[in-house]
Write a protein that binds this ligand. Structure first.
Ligand code: NDP
Length: 404
């Protein structure tokens, strides 16, 4: 009997795609036995460039942070922002004493008061079920921390389980515990919609802050413009979206490099950005004395173990560079990079336009796009830098000229 598609080997799947031999060979060369085990219908790895944020001071320690991202200029900007924050003493991290994931059992058509009463009278059993279901997380000092009944609407209720998952991101741990908890709600069976973690990680709210002297920014005027831009992005969702995108350039690059779930971090961040019903930027910049002061608060779920982190050598290697002692420490590091990234972007806008610096970095990508070889690249890039208007047609023209 013919194999089902998901039963084929990666090369057998490639054979289906009617590819030129060199494309097939390249995809084959980038296969890894390890990653084939991680996702379904695997054909090849998809590489993303990784570069360094060299030295950001966080809670008085210098940290080197790899960033995985395809967008030119992000890493240069992160280094620039980190230098500015370092000159003001570095980033300070503030977080709850105990961070935790939240899981929901969702009810429809039920009565909030009845469910709330049920949860109050069955606390002991609910805590016991969690302990029986995942004893290993209790051995590590984690486990169920609190249960809360939350009214969503007249006929919708959520029972929220706050679970400390220690150094794991915890999605699977939470879902496993929730599925066991559901058994206690047998009498409400018809009203149960389902049970799953929430990615809105409000029990993992972390704040990072830092200062920059006016002189390092190029004067008080630049600082004041940054403050005005920050206020603007609190009020205008168009500006806020772009500002938060820039922030996630830094955050997402570290989340990805450490093998964490960037979709979870982004979803949580955007939900927090609209917590009062209006989408706003996530950072705040103000003037404090003779310094610019920046703050970023974000709910962030990441781990240093579990998920695919422990299965992917590339993530383990990155964690070996960063050396976070815990998932909580990693949360602070990721947000510190975000704050540096945001500062660099705001400074570039405030001090005369972001496109100039951005385009300089884009030239390399453009040179590659028009077919420059590694040998031709430096000369083409330096020629492009001298031009006031640059596009693919112009770059091709110069490249052909160079080859004459
Ligand atoms: P795991 O299921 O791998 O759980 C982590 C495991 O790591 C624990 O069970 C624990 O096993 C082990 N561990 C070792 N050391 C520690 C430590 N110090 N602290 C805590 N645990 C430790 O992963 P997660 O539960 O973290 O789930 C994350 C994955 O789930 C991600 O890949 C994510 O993409 C995915 N996911 C995300 C969803 C979402 O975001 N909506 C939904 C579903 C999945 P033990 O104690 O037994 O040794």
């Amino acid at each position: 009997m013919a194999k089902k598609y998901y039963e084929l080997t990666p090369d057998e799947r490639l054979a289906f795609l009617n590819l030129a031999d060199h494309v097939k060979a390249e995809l084959h060369d980038q296969q890894s036995i390890n990653n084939e085990q991680i996702i379904e219908n695997y054909i090849s790895d998809f590489r993303v460039p990784m570069g360094m944020l060299k030295a950001i001071i966080i809670d008085a320690h210098q940290v080197n942070v790899p960033m995985a991202i395809e967008e030119p200029s992000v890493i240069a900007a992160a280094n620039n922002g980190a230098k500015l924050l370092n000159s003001g003493g570095g980033v300070v991290v503030d977080m709850p004493e105990r961070t935790a994931m939240i899981g929901q059992i969702m009810f429809n058509g039920g009565n909030f008061d009845t469910l709330d009463q049920f949860v109050r009278t069955h606390q002991k059993e609910l805590f016991e079920i969690a302990k029986q279901t995942k004893p290993s997380i209790y051995k590590r000092g984690g486990g169920l921390v609190a249960i809360k009944t939350r009214k969503i609407s007249e006929d919708e209720t959520s029972i929220d389980f706050k679970i400390d998952t220690k150094d794991a991101m915890g999605a699977n741990i939470v879902n496993t515990i929730l599925e066991a908890e559901v058994s206690l709600f047998a009498e409400f069976d018809k009203q149960i919609l389902g049970a799953i973690l929430t990615n809105y990680a409000t029990a993992q709210l972390v704040t990072v802050s830092g200062n920059v002297n006016f002189a390092a920014l190029g004067g008080r005027e630049v600082a004041e413009k940054i403050v005005a831009l920050s206020r603007f992005s609190k009020n205008d969702p168009y500006r806020a979206t772009t500002e938060n995108k820039g922030l996630f350039n830094g955050i997402g690059a570290v989340v990805l490099a450490t093998g964490n779930d960037w979709r979870a971090v982004e979803a949580s961040g955007h939900a927090y950005a609209s917590q009062d019903g209006h989408y706003r930027s996530l950072t705040r910049w103000t003037i404090r004395g003779e310094q610019l002061h920046g703050e970023l608060t974000l709910p962030i779920s990441v781990g240093t173990v579990g998920g695919v982190i422990s299965a992917m050598d590339q993530a383990k290697n990155v964690l070996d560079i960063v050396k976070p002692k815990s998932a909580d420490e990693l949360r602070g590091i990721i947000l510190a990079v975000g704050l540096a990234q945001n500062l660099a972007a705001l400074k570039a806008i405030a001090a005369g336009g972001i496109q100039r610096g951005h385009m300089r970095m884009q030239y390399r990508a453009l040179a590659l796009q028009v077919g420059a070889s590694p040998k031709e690249l430096p000369m083409l890039v330096s020629k492009l830098k001298t031009m006031s208007q640059v596009d693919a047609t112009k770059a091709t023209e110069i490249l052909l000229e160079m080859r004459k």
